[in-house]
Design a protein around this ligand. Sequence first.
Ligand code: SAM
Length: 233
Amino acid sequence: MIPSSGAERAGYVQAMFGRIARRYDIMNRLMTFGQDLYWRRLLLQKIALQQNGRMLDLGTGTGDIAGEALASGKTALCVGADFALEMMQVGRLRAAKRNVRWTGSDALRLPFAGGTFDAVTSGFLLRNVIDIDVALAEQHRVLRAGGRVACLDTTPPPDNWLRPLILLHFRLIIPLLGWLVTGQAAAYAYLPSTTEKFLQPEALQQKFAQAGFRNVGYQRLMLGTIALHWAEK
Ligand SMILES: C[S@@+](CC[C@H](N)C(=O)[O-])C[C@H]1O[C@@H](n2cnc3c(N)ncnc32)[C@H](O)[C@@H]1O
């Protein structure tokens, strides 16, 4: 059973990512048919980082977004922050990510002064945090005025003729693949179950606006099962 709220849920999420860390990247490639690489590049376009920009990638995991940002050559400082140290330890072994400044921290209590970053990114973080409003308030606080935020996450599948096929992929194929590749079926049952209960993109857009962001936009990807949001401080 997934704990429904509070510190117990945060501990569950942290331990779960610790267990799947070594196979996390390969599972992403398999279950998204390699599309996750393209979404991360699209997310980086939305923050439009200037040369020598300072960025923070929250819930960085193995650092795929941070590594891609460094490869663009624009960022002078790329901090990757996560509370699952095992995920970052896997990322640290990759040469392309050697310049990421790995930081153990909780997305709900960031250890950075206000206005530190030009951009804050997150991939598949918000669905996991126990308080989205606090997470967005923290992202807003550490951004400089005019800085940009962008976030990718899964989103409840749209109500159309594809829904039964998408639910089959979510409820059967992903847990089965997760069990075969990582041996952790529960972690890959957690993904579809939290996705189906997560906010619709319009509701998440409103949360960004309530946190004080402006020009909040979003687009759906992957047959409507992924949402990319972006905004400015
Ligand atoms: C699905 S992974 C995403 C990793 C990476 N961003 C990506 O795009 O592949 C979610 C990550 O968020 C982290 N996470 C969840 N809640 C967190 C929190 N409150 N503070 C810091 N990291 C958190 C998890 O430990 C995990 O590494």
